[in-house]
Ligand binder design. Structure first.
Ligand code: PRP
Length: 181
C-alpha cells in the first residue's frame, strides 16, 4: 500500500480539489478575452493539468511537453533534456505553463528561454507547488497552488522513482523509503 510510505499528508484530495478550482477561476478571470494554450510539462503535471483544465470554464487549448531533469534520485542533476516537444506552434499564443512543482527553477528557466524564442504573445507559469527555499534560478510563478517547505513530497502526479504518482493526495515520503534518516 502506497499510503504506508507516507509520513504525513500535506494536502488531502478535498484540499487539492478546492485549491485547483480557485486557480481555474482565477485563470478564467485573467484570460476573459484570450484563449490561452495550457502546456503541461510531463510527467509530473498530468493529474494537475487534467483537473485544472476542467475547472476552467472559458475556451482554452492544451499541449504537452516532456522534459527530464532528475533521473531517479531526489535531487536535480542540473541537466534538462527535451524528451517530447510541443505539437502546436506557439507564436502569438498566450501560454500558461502548467507544472506540478517549482523547485530549483532549473527546468523552468531553461523551458522559458526555449519557449520565449518561439515568440508567444505572453507566457505565465501555473505551478501546483512552490518550494521557494530551494530556488537557485530566478523563476517566479503567477499562479501557485501551495507554497511548501523543503520536504520530499509525492502523490497527485509527483513521483519518487516513478512510483506514488497515483496517490490522490500529496504527502511527505518517509525518509527511509529513499535511504534518508
Ligand atoms: C519535476 C517537476 C519540474 C521539475 C522542477 O520534474 O515536474 O519539472 O522537477 O524541479 P526544478 O525546479 O528543480 O527544475 P521531474 O524532473 O521530477 O520529472 P517528472 O515530471 O517526470 O516527475
Amino acid at each position: 500500500m502506497l499510503h504506508q510510505d507516507i509520513e504525513r499528508i500535506l494536502f488531502s484530495e478535498e484540499e487539492l480539489k478546492a485549491r485547483v478550482a480557485e486557480l481555474g477561476a482565477q485563470i478564467d478571470r485573467d484570460y476573459a478575452n484570450q484563449t490561452p494554450l495550457l502546456i503541461s510539462v510531463l510527467r509530473g503535471s498530468f493529474i494537475f493539468m487534467a483537473d485544472l483544465v476542467r475547472s476552467i470554464t472559458r475556451p482554452c487549448t492544451v499541449d504537452f511537453m516532456a522534459v527530464s531533469s532528475y533521473g531517479s534520485g531526489t535531487t536535480s542533476s542540473g541537466q534538462v533534456k527535451i524528451v517530447k516537444d510541443l505539437s502546436e506552434q506557439i507564436e502569438g499564443r498566450d501560454i500558461i505553463v502548467v507544472e506540478d512543482i517549482l523547485d530549483s527553477g532549473n527546468t523552468l528557466s531553461y523551458l522559458f528561454q526555449l519557449l520565449q524564442a518561439r515568440h508567444p504573445a505572453s507566457i505565465r507559469l501555473c505551478t501546483l507547488l512552490d518550494k521557494p527555499e530551494r530556488r537557485t534560478k530566478p523563476v517566479a510563478a503567477q499562479y501557485v497552488g501551495f507554497t511548501i517547505p523543503d520536504a520530499f513530497v509525492v502523490g497527485y502526479g509527483l513521483d519518487y522513482d516513478e512510483k506514488y504518482r497515483n496517490l490522490p493526495c500529496i504527502g511527505i515520503l518517509k525518509p527511509c523509503v529513499y535511504g534518508g534518516e
